[in-house]
Design a protein around this ligand. Structure first.
Ligand code: G4P
Length: 530
């Protein structure tokens, strides 16, 4: 197959949702359609199980699983689908944000009863900012939930999306009869438990056709006709260009657990979702079909076996082909590296591959060369943009508890931060190190891993900080900025990239500071000059 055809047939995407909305279940059903797995229950959830003996042990267990589910690939109707795992627990939110830099589109799962939940809001906001094409899947239609129109309103308001339903439910919960597919113009009847079966659909091209009344009963049929009239009156028609530009989001309804509405979603997805997209680097826009290879590291998975310092760096291929045993330039280190055993990922297994194409993810064994965000190329100096850091929610000083092991501690902290476990800030005033995390549990994980993987011991000390803000002065030479730096000296720190950060102890302080120094802009995200 030609290089261009290989690119055109790839769809690399992530599923985003609040924990429990049904991401794992949907992933599994998609894999079933792709023939990548044979039975339900094969994909292990990456989330923290409620009531697990220790959340911390659960995190360790999941680190094991998450290598296996990092990329799940399958073929469907000649299309190579790569699903990138976006871990669902709040402690992993940062990991999830980073994965979003490697997807070409996303599917957003919303629970019909719970509606739009906080984590979905956060993740969708990032996708919206980056104009990532999104399809929404409203899940659990077999349960009582919100009215479809109410839910569509909520999605538009809370997620600030412009939706257009491509399918519509006939009834809901106890009364759920099936789904009318506006995209294919057919009815799919819900028969209860269809967990393993793929439902037959019945073509109903003309809604006035009495076959509809026969299928779902006169009342439901009339109801559906009215509702669809409203849909057509209220929502714009589906426009693929708008969807691809991130300006319109088609919505599907279904029940992942019952394997219902999933085929419709997948069929539409492979048709409309984008193949690998061009990517902006600091130097220029890079197109997937360029001959020269380039890619970037979006995830590092380290030290699963404490006896071996093995790390797996996940690279998303942006342009050209990646070949085994060919030297590539590690742009930050200015070194050429060769990889004798690059891994490609399929559902639940990895294999050594000779050649990979744009859109694909390869896993490279690494002994500490890579950091998240690093670029690898055929020789050109390129720096890919777009792996920003977000303000952590928790902050603590980290202290060395074993003076004989300060080197090990420094190395451990360095590598764990490269892996993206947490963020490190160094105070300008005294050089003290502050660890910022999204979830408080992460501190235990860091302490445990420093001890078991690096032989270093640490303690933490509380620090009254509520947000880290990246500082962006209008004029770095202005008197106002100089005064800001002097007055706020105690709260100034540098992040790992050397960018200046203001550690605000409360939202009130932040507000006052902004009022007092209006020319010094503050951002919750490290990349604001996009
Ligand atoms: P997540 O990855 O987004 O966190 O969600 P997951 O797929 O694990 O689903 C969360 C729960 O919702 C699971 O139940 C799952 O079976 C259920 N679920 C998913 N899709 C549907 C659906 O269409 N209808 C209904 N009624 N339930 C659905 P659980 O009891 O928490 O887990 P399990 O014991 O089934 O594994």
């Amino acid at each position: 197959m030609s290089f261009k055809k290989e690119i055109a047939r790839r769809r690399t995407f992530g599923i985003v949702s609040h924990p429990d909305a049904g991401k794992t279940t949907l992933t599994e059903k998609l894999l079933l359609f792709g023939g990548a797995i044979q039975e339900a229950g094969a994909v292990k959830s990456n989330k923290i199980k409620k009531g697990a003996t220790s959340d911390f042990m659960e995190i360790e267990r999941q680190r094991g699983i998450s290598v296996a589910t990092s990329v799940l690939a399958f073929e469907y109707n000649g299309i190579k689908v790569n699903i990138l795992d976006t871990p669902g627990h709040k402690d992993f939110a940062e990991d999830t944000f980073r994965t979003l830099t490697a997807v070409d589109s996303v599917i957003v799962v919303v629970d019909v009863a719970k509606g739009v939940e906080p984590q979905t809001e956060k993740l969708v906001e990032v996708c919206r900012m980056r104009n990532i094409p999104m399809i929404v899947f409203v899940n659990k239609l077999d349960r009582e939930g919100k009215d479809a129109f109410e839910l569509l309103d909520e999605i538009e308001e809370k997620l600030r999306l412009k939706v257009t339903p491509l399918s519509f439910p006939i009834g809901m919960g106890y009364d759920f009869k099936g789904i009318y597919n506006l995209w294919e113009k057919n009815v799919n009847l819900f028969s209860g438990d269809s967990r393993k079966n793929i439902e037959e659909t019945i073509q109903v091209s003309n809604l006035e056709d009495s076959i509809l009344d026969e299928l779902v009963g006169e009342d439901s049929a009339n109801n559906l006709r009215e509702e669809l009239e409203l849909v057509q009156g209220v929502y714009p028609a589906f426009d693929q260009e708008e969807y691809l530009a991130g300006h319109q989001q088609p919505v599907f309804f279904g029940s992942a657990l019952n394997n219902f509405g999933v085929r419709e979603l997948l069929d539409c997805f492979v048709k409309i979702a984008p193949p690998p997209r061009p990517k902006m680097s600091e130097e220029r826009l890079v197109l997937p079909n360029e001959d020269a290879f380039s890619g970037f590291v979006f995830k590092i998975h380290a030290n699963m076996d404490p006896k071996h310092r093995d790390r797996l760096a996940f690279i998303k291929i942006v342009s050209g082909v990646f070949e085994r045993n060919k030297p590539y330039l590690h742009v930050r280190n200015k070194k050429n590296l060769k990889f004798s055993s690059p891994n490609a990922f399929f559902a639940e297994r990895k294999e050594i591959v000779d050649i990979s194409y744009p859109g694909d993810i390869v896993g490279l064994h690494d002994t500490g060369n890579f950091k998240i965000g690093d670029t690898l190329t055929s020789g050109e100096i390129l720096h890919y943009k777009g792996i920003p850091a977000f303000s952590p929610e928790h902050f603590r000083y980290i202290n060395n508890a074993d003076p004989m092991k300060s080197k090990q501690l420094a190395k451990g902290i360095d590598q764990l931060m490269d892996e993206g476990v947490a963020q490190l800030f160094t105070l300008e005033l005294n050089g003290r190190k502050v660890i910022g995390t999204v979830g408080a549990l992460q501190y235990e994980v860091i302490q445990y891993r420093l001890e078991h993987e690096y032989g270093a011991k640490c303690t933490y000390e509380p620090l009254g900080v509520s947000k880290a803000c990246w500082v962006d002065p209008e004029d770095p030479k202005s008197e106002e900025f100089k005064e800001f730096l002097r007055v706020k000296q105690r709260f100034m720190a540098k992040d790992k990239r050397g960018q200046l950060v203001f550690l605000a102890d409360s939202p009130f302080t932040l507000q006052m500071t902004q009022q007092k120094y209006p020319s010094v802009k503050m951002h919750y995200v490290s990349e604001f000059k996009d």
